[in-house]
Design a protein. Sequence first.
Lengths: 255, 287
Amino acid sequence: MEMLKVEALDAGYEDNVVIKNASFDADIGDFIGIIGPNGCGKTTLLRAIAGLINISNGQVKIRGKDVRRINRKELAKRIAFVPQLMVPTAGFTVEETVLLGRTPYIGRFAFETDKDYRVADKAAEELKVEHLIDTPVTSLSGGEFQRVAIARALAQEPKILLLDEPTSHLDFKFQIKVLRMLRRLREDKLIIATFHDLNLAARFSRKLMLVSKGEVVAFGRSDAVLTSENLKVAYRVNLEVRKNPKTGKLRVFNV
Amino acid sequence: MDGPVKKRGARGGKLSKLKNKLPIIVYLLIVIVILSFLSLLIGTTKISASKVFVSTLMPGASNTSSIIWQVRMPRLVLAALSGALLAMAGAMIFGTYGAVIIDNLVVRTFYLIAAVTSAVSIFMIVFGYNLNSLYPWLLGSLAGTTWTNVLLVSIFVLIGVIVYVFYYKDLNALLFGEYTAKTLGVEVKWVRAFLLCVAIMLSAVAVYACGILSIAALILAYFVRFMTGMNHKYLIPVSIMMSASVVILLDIFSRIVFPAEIPIGIMMVVLCGPLYIYAMQRRRVGL
């Protein structure tokens, strides 16, 4: 049974349906990049998958089970979400922030165990923030904190990792580093991330999903999704797609 | 900016974390001990410091000992417990709404608490409590406290502590926003409603102990976050100690500043009123 199945999904807020009739399947080992213009519903789609917002029609199934029927604690062990804007909170060190990811595993009547610390430390190592472990998060740079936020999500040991513009606060070097790390992680996870940068999305994702006005316009291998015609429909700009002769990856140019 | 590069030993992290917060806890403990002694020392009957010390340690049948143990001690303990109640209630109210600290919702919460307490007072009036005895209760005074009052209030302090121990993780998750808390497995709606109910209950008990005006002291919990940061693991214990010291201190003041006692509720409003204005101002400029 596939890890994630989205069926004829309508989702949004209160009485504002943003996502309309989205359907797709995804499995462990996938790295899906969601692209699309501002306000097209990329973030809303991630939130719907995470069970955070109102699903008015259709369903999101995880291993065949409707997300709405899984309790929050169990869901938190399967899906982690890295929001676009996480604000560093005064009084938390990097370690304490990463440890937050263990919340669903710690019983109400218990404290963090050695295992929780081990998992958190490993997540911090994975994101190369282990040397900052005792630093207050308020004294980190934006890029460092973004990595801490991702480590916090990893500490949840999720099967599905959702990231909302994971590279937006990172400098060029760390954009590449974080994306490489995510690509490595997909071995035993399903990763879905939204992107502004089409070239980064094309270079690192295994599949792309183009969203426009709340609808999935195209989904599949990047050369099938990233075409001038598709991009014109979504972004209303003329863009040219060429293959990078060195890497064989697609690149988008403004015409 | 890179922080100090440290390689930690296998496990020792937990202890070193605690060490960072220890000074503030030790200072507050010293403050509480000194204030407690002053509180036992000051009163209408003059008792020398050494006698207070001896009578406190050796409760006997002597006259001073009975003044200390039957009059001043319950009053002192009740002051500390009320501080603890207000601290926990405040920390829960401010924590429940995460980053949104002083805004309409919190103001509404205060209305709600006011509503609960007025309901209690109307109840008292209807069921024939003497209005003259109601008057000091409205303003709030710790005078005439008995051990029975102390026992009753301490039960609620215990309830507050238990709720705090079980829910501080949820409060921490909520600091990072509603969505993040949900993805960490927190049933946000339920936890908010529950903690708000507990906070209202605790404030109501504090009102029983030191009068309706004492809810002004809820704001103290808000200021502790500038000392400890937002992590509720430290925020709540430090809030409890700080509010306890403040209430003990105000109770001492209420006895010495004027010959006739000023009700503690009035003292609290005098101290906390400006704190509210400061907090609102701070919020407005986005600090």
